[in-house]
Ligand binder design. Structure first.
Ligand SMILES: [Zn+2]
Length: 204
């Protein structure tokens, strides 16, 4: 399994392209439309998009990928927020009507579900806290954490549907995952679960 990180421009989040066969690929959090061009440059056909959550800085490339044939999915609890249908979410962090091209949610998933996409097995971990429908994805030794867990920090919980108490429970769940894993967050540098268990102040 190969993972490409598309570095963000401006406020946008990290985007990840994941492939097993070097031809078809899954995107986690396509933050910007330019991810389509990056994928083409890597010779990758994007078939699926997995959203860690619905904030606009993680979903700005969804419409472009969808128009190119990719199917977009998120946790069932995050659907309304991702589509900008949650009126509460029009505040900070939510998508405003017309701000980014519209996309649809083609499939939803639940906690503990196993998704087999492009020959890669993704385990869905519901990790509410940053938003109520936030999720992490585990594929081989890679943990895609969105805005739940960063290197040395965590996502904010003061936006609509956020909950600090829920985030603490979600972190405890991640800390309890077996062994060491690569932590691939929505913002900032890559880390490892071992490193975060030891040094992340929110893990204590
Ligand atoms: Zn966010």
């Amino acid at each position: 399994m190969q993972v490409f990180c598309i570095a963000p421009a401006g406020f946008a989040a990290n985007s990840y392209l994941i492939t097993q066969d070097g031809r078809s690929a899954v995107a986690v959090d396509p933050a910007q439309p330019r991810i389509l061009g990056e994928a083409k440059r890597c010779g990758l056909n994007m078939t699926h998009v997995l959203l860690t959550h619905g904030h606009f800085d993680h979903t700005g490339g969804c419409a472009a990928l969808q128009q190119a044939g990719a199917r977009v999915g998120c946790l069932v609890q995050e659907r309304a927020l991702a589509l900008g249908q949650d009126s509460l979410a029009f505040g900070m962090g939510g998508r405003r009507a017309g701000e980014f091209p519209d996309f649809t949610i083609d499939f939803t998933f639940r906690d503990g579900e196993a998704l087999s996409l492009c020959g890669i097995d993704f385990l869905v971990l519901a990790t509410p806290g940053h938003t109520a429908g936030s999720a992490c994805f585990l594929a081989e030794d890679c943990l895609f954490t969105g805005d739940t867990l960063f290197a040395g920090g965590v996502g904010r919980t003061d936006l609509p549907t956020g909950s600090a108490a829920a985030l603490m429970r979600s972190l405890a769940r991640l800390a309890a995952l077996a062994g060491d894993l690569r932590v691939l967050p929505g913002h900032g540098e890559e880390s490892t679960l071992l490193q975060e268990r030891r040094y992340n102040p929110f893990f204590r």
